[in-house]
Write a protein that binds this ligand. Structure first.
Ligand SMILES: C[S@@+](CC[C@H](N)C(=O)[O-])C[C@H]1O[C@@H](n2cnc3c(N)ncnc32)[C@H](O)[C@@H]1O
Length: 208
C-alpha cells in the first residue's frame, strides 16, 4: 500500500498501527484536503440521526478524528461530547476546535480506558470502514454505553456486508432495542472520483 494520505490509502489499511501512521500524516490536511474537497457528509448524517432519534449527552465520539462529527453534534445542541481516536495527531486538530470536553487516545479494538456504562450516547462516523474497525469493536462500544443509552454508528456498506455486521448485530439482539439501519450516501451529490458513489449504513440502537 501507499502511505500517501488519501482515501485509497485509507481503504488499503490493514492494522490499527497502519491507521495510526496514516492518520498522523493526514491530520493537518484532512478537513480541507479530504472532507471539503470530496463533499464528505457522513458525519452530518450520523449527528442528525442521533439527534432526531433523541440521543443526548454525555456522548463518546469513537474515531473522532479532527472532530467533524463532534462539531455536528454540538450544532444540534448535544453536549458534552468526548473524543477518542487511535491517532493523537487527529485529536490535536480536534482539540483546537474547542468542541470536546475531553479527548483521549485509544484503540477501540483493544479497549478504551473508560469505566463501564459511562456514556448516554456513543457515535462514530467513518471509522467502521474497510481497513479500519470491524464488528468485533461493537462489544467495547456496548460496554462504555449506559443502559438506555443510544449508539449511532456509520458502517461502510461494503464493509457491513463483507465483515459480518449483520450477524454481530443479531448476536447483540438480547442486549439492544429499536435497531434501525439507514442507508445513506457518504459524499454529497455532484462529487466525482472513484468513491463518489460509496454508501454507508447508519446503525442506531438503544442499549437495554
Ligand atoms: C475516516 S476517519 C473519520 C474521522 C471522523 N470521525 C470523520 O467522520 O471525519 C477514521 C478515523 O478512525 C480512526 N481509527 C482508525 N482505527 C482506529 C481504532 N482501532 N481505534 C480508534 N480509532 C481508530 C483514525 O485515526 C481516523 O481518525
Amino acid at each position: 500500500m501507499t502511505d500517501d494520505p488519501n482515501l485509497s490509502a485509507a481503504y488499503a489499511l490493514q492494522t490499527p498501527e497502519d491507521s495510526r501512521r496514516l492518520y498522523a500524516r493526514w491530520a493537518e490536511t484532512y478537513d480541507a484536503g479530504f472532507a471539503e474537497a470530496t463533499g464528505y457528509v457522513l458525519h452530518l448524517q450520523v449527528a442528525s440521526l442521533f439527534a432526531e432519534q433523541g440521543g443526548s449527552g454525555p456522548v463518546l465520539d469513537v474515531g473522532a478524528g479532527t472532530g467533524l462529527c463532534g462539531a455536528a453534534l454540538t450544532a444540534h445542541g448535544i453536549t458534552p461530547v468526548d473524543a477518542t481516536d487511535i491517532a493523537p495527531e487527529m485529536l490535536e486538530v480536534a482539540r483546537g476546535k474547542k468542541i470536546y470536553r475531553t479527548l483521549f487516545t485509544g484503540d477501540i479494538l483493544r479497549g478504551l480506558d473508560v469505566a463501564d456504562e459511562t456514556y448516554a450516547g456513543v457515535v462514530s462516523s467513518g471509522t467502521f470502514t474497510t481497513g479500519h474497525v470491524g464488528p468485533e469493536a461493537l462489544d467495547e462500544v456496548m460496554r462504555v454505553a449506559s443502559s438506555g443509552g443510544r449508539i449511532t454508528l456509520s458502517i461502510n456498506a461494503q464493509h457491513f456486508a463483507a465483515q459480518g455486521f449483520k450477524g454481530k448485530l443479531s448476536a447483540l439482539e438480547p442486549d439492544i432495542q429499536g435497531l434501525t439501519l439507514t442507508d445513506v450516501p457518504i459524499y454529497a451529490p455532484g462529487t466525482t472520483g472513484d468513491h463518489a458513489q460509496d454508501r454507508a449504513c447508519i446503525a442506531s440502537w438503544i442499549k437495554r
